[in-house]
Design a binder for this molecule. Structure first.
Ligand code: ZN
Length: 204
């Protein structure tokens, strides 16, 4: 790759830093961008700048938004008495795609993982507890992953909500152990939402 001009090498280096993109893919993408029209290349560059400039986290649920509040939080046709707790924006997108849910969300921005040094304070758990306290929802649905981190996060939140007059449920059946919500097919995810169960078993 040493025979490439410096600017092209720079682009390959930057693309190779993206997750899931190896040197070979980065080289192919860079050469594709080089061949593309100026207009196409400008569109790609400006959309990267725009997304960084515009997208922020919803002040209530921490979903991705371009305003202070996300479209779900401002939609009066949604059932705001239910809060579905997920780890990442992609999980919320997967549940939205399944079409089986009309409530609101709370995006934790990760899961508890002591091995990686991720504790409760690194997630939006305090904000969730406050939201439950202030808004008094009827149900909190724990839709974190079914891997170790997701289960630990669900158990932690369930325990924290133990004394709140709110029904706490956990999606379960159909979602494979160790499953990442975004990889679960839509029918399975819809069924998992519909057959959620109360989480008393999580409380010691
Ligand atoms: Zn929101």
């Amino acid at each position: 790759m040493n025979h490439y001009p410096a600017s092209l090498k720079q682009l390959i280096d930057n693309l190779a830093r993206l997750p899931g993109i190896g040197r070979k893919s980065a080289e192919r993408l860079a050469l594709h961008i080089l061949k593309a029209s100026h207009r196409e290349a400008d569109l790609l560059a400006s959309s990267i700048v725009e997304v960084k400039k515009r997208v922020r986290l919803c002040r209530r649920c921490f979903a991705l938004a371009e305003e202070d509040y996300c479209p779900v939080c401002t939609n009066m046709n949604r059932d705001h008495s239910r809060i579905c707790v997920v780890e990442k924006p992609a999980d919320m997108a997967a549940i939205e795609m399944s079409g089986g849910y009309n409530g609101s969300y709370h995006i934790l921005q990760g899961a508890l993982s002591p091995m990686d040094g991720i504790g409760p304070d690194d997630l939006r758990i305090a904000e969730l507890l406050k939201r439950v306290d202030v808004d008094g929802p009827s149900e909190v649905i724990l839709a974190t992953g079914t891997n170790v981190e997701g289960e630990a996060t669900a158990a932690f939140i369930s325990e924290k909500l133990h004394h709140q007059p709110v029904r706490v449920t956990r999606i379960a059946s159909g979602v494979p152990m160790g499953g990442d919500l975004k990889y679960v097919d839509q029918v399975t995810l819809k069924r998992a939402m519909e057959t959620r169960h109360d989480t008393r078993y999580l409380d010691k």
